[in-house]
Design a protein around this ligand. Structure first.
Ligand code: PGA
Length: 249
């Protein structure tokens, strides 16, 4: 049985004061969740997350990492730096990084491999644009994005991979894929994972992301191959994030 996993992606939001209020609000009503929970914070706040969450059921992670190990890469953050702050997770290949920072499939694959080799669990994002969906290329696009990552990952590391299906047209727009639409792509992705390694495919968590909110989370999370959510906007409000966690648990 795969455990559900709810991960918050704070994006470029927050401040010391706002994060403190958000994290204490989440912890106050979390209880003992019957699912995995994490927040992916901007890098300057990872130490704050470590301080606030060390004894909690909530893990923390970053939103990006360098594909390089160390050295003259001004502005970049290495996987080892993230593990220094006890991160468990790091997002790789979010569509905003692909679109605004020119990240290629190949680079995302190398980032995922770098994360795994440092002991981090990469949350690898894949997803089609509206134009790609409307021209019938959804499967082709997510397959290409996934294969570029699988190519870089050893069999033994596959189970530490987390995949997030995030249709670009649903991110931050209030438009959500219907549970059936999302399930179709999740099942397709699981099939591709199974083609690579049947046993690992049954264990890999595949999250849905794109305007998941308290009012649609339960229906999405009820689908067979939807193992959780990568939550943007709704992860910035303690009550909304908690409602999604409780829908999963
Ligand atoms: P959203 O963002 O929930 O605000 O649509 C999800 C994401 O980009 O990870």
């Amino acid at each position: 049985m795969r455990r559900k996993f709810i991960a918050g992606n704070w994006k470029m939001n927050g401040s010391l004061a706002a994060n403190a209020a958000l994290l204490s609000g989440i912890q106050a009503n979390l209880g003992s969740p019957n699912c995995d929970v994490a927040v992916c914070a901007p890098a300057p706040y990872l130490d704050q997350c470590r301080g606030a969450l060390a004894d909690s059921a909530i893990a923390w992670g970053a939103q990006d990492l360098s594909a390089h190990e160390s050295g003259a890469y001004t502005g970049e953050i290495s996987a080892a730096m993230l593990t220094d702050f006890d991160c468990s997770y790091v997002i790789a290949g979010h569509s905003e990084r692909r679109a605004y920072h020119g990240e290629s499939d190949e680079l995302v694959g190398r980032k995922a491999a770098r994360a795994l080799s440092a002991g981090l669990r990469p949350i690898v994002c894949v997803g089609e644009t509206l134009e790609e969906r409307e021209s019938g290329r959804t499967e082709q696009v997510v397959q290409r994005q996934l294969e570029a990552v699988l190519k870089e990952v050893a069999d033994a590391d596959l189970v530490r991979l987390v995949v997030a299906y995030e249709p670009v047209w649903a991110i931050g727009t209030g438009k959500t894929a219907t549970p059936q639409m999302a399930q179709e792509v999740h099942a397709f992705l699981r099939g591709r994972l199974a083609a690579r390694h049947a046993a690992a495919a049954t264990q890999i968590q595949i999250l849905y992301g794109g305007s998941m909110k308290p009012d649609n989370a339960a229906d999405l999370l009820a689908m067979e191959d939807i193992d959780g959510g990568l939550i943007g906007g709704a992860a910035l409000k303690a009550a909304d994030f908690l409602a999604i966690i409780h829908a999963a648990a």
